[in-house]
Design a protein around this ligand. Structure first.
Ligand code: PAF
Length: 282
């Protein structure tokens, strides 16, 4: 299968590398990371240790069986504008963080398959990514149907070595994942610590407050999830990972706070973290 990964930063690079074991993969990325991959290949360290020689470009040339989108949530519109130029109806799986990206992609007329992953990945150097935690990955049709194509993609991904499950409640899972990110990402970015440090007895109190507020928002929507237990599980599984928001702050980039914590700011703990991260972004 020909797969293009659009937005091959840390997570996209790891996904692309693993999927290249059984597919023709193209990584779409920019800058030094692109140049390093083109010149020396992509090195993955951690859960997988290997050098992958994968095609990489700075634009989407079209002609692929599947597009995987891993750009930052706030880059969805600009990515969609670019993809649109070459788009020919190929399915687009999004593993992006945050609430709202599926609707943006649908607005552009893409055939979207929502996905969720808690894999932890960090870019350590141009051309080098640390795959710091397995996490779990889910895909599913938005209407909950177990379609042949989703089963086919999941089988292909599993053969490559990813842990993937097809589910009938992917949109709920994307909300729950946003809640888990709301517990982990802002706090790791503010405290500048890897995910595992949130298990410290001081910080865990804040995680609990954020998680309980998220559970309340979700239950108002009819989604019942023990966000605290789920977040603690991800914290343990990705203990060594530096969250994507921490990486964004460290690199002086904008963060995904609006898409992650934004939907939960009616709670005081979420609201405080939201404004602290907004301040740090400046
Ligand atoms: O955004 C992230 O960093 C990841 O979604 C996760 C699962 C929190 C791991 O760091």
């Amino acid at each position: 299968m020909k797969i293009a990964v659009f937005g091959a930063g840390s997570l996209g690079s790891v996904l692309g590398a693993i999927l290249s074991r059984k597919n023709d993969v193209l990584l779409i990325t920019r800058g030094e990371h692109l140049r390093a991959i083109q010149e020396n290949g992509l090195r993955v360290e951690g859960m997988v240790n290997d050098l992958f020689h994968i095609d990489a470009l700075d634009h989407y040339p079209g002609g692929f069986d599947l597009l995987i989108l891993t750009v930052k949530a706030y880059q969805t519109e600009s990515a969609a504008e670019e993809i649109k130029k070459q788009y020919d109806g190929e399915p687009v799986i999004t593993f992006q963080n945050g609430v709202g990206v599926v609707d943006i992609l649908k607005k552009y007329g893409f055939d979207v398959i929502p996905g969720v992953t808690t894999m932890g990945a960090t870019r350590t150097l141009p051309g080098v990514v640390m795959y710091a935690g397995y996490g779990d990955t889910f895909i599913g049709e938005e209407n909950g149907r177990f379609s042949e194509r989703v089963i086919h993609f999941a089988e292909n991904f599993t053969e490559c070595g990813l842990r993937v499950e097809v589910v009938n409640d992917i949109m709920e899972r994307r909300w729950v994942k946003a809640a888990i990110n709301a517990c982990i990402n802002p706090l790791t970015a503010i405290m500048r610590v890897p995910n595992g440090k949130l298990a410290d007895k001081e910080l865990v109190e804040i995680v609990k407050c954020v998680a309980d507020e998220c559970s309340a928002v979700l239950s108002d929507m009819g989604i019942y999830a023990d966000v605290f237990s789920l977040a603690m599980d991800v914290i343990e599984k990705t203990a060594k990972n530096r969250s994507s928001m921490l990486q964004d702050i460290e690199m002086g980039r904008k963060t995904e706070i609006d898409f992650i914590t934004g939907p939960f700011i009616q709670g005081m703990c979420n609201k405080m973290l939201y404004h602290m991260v907004k301040f740090m972004e400046k």
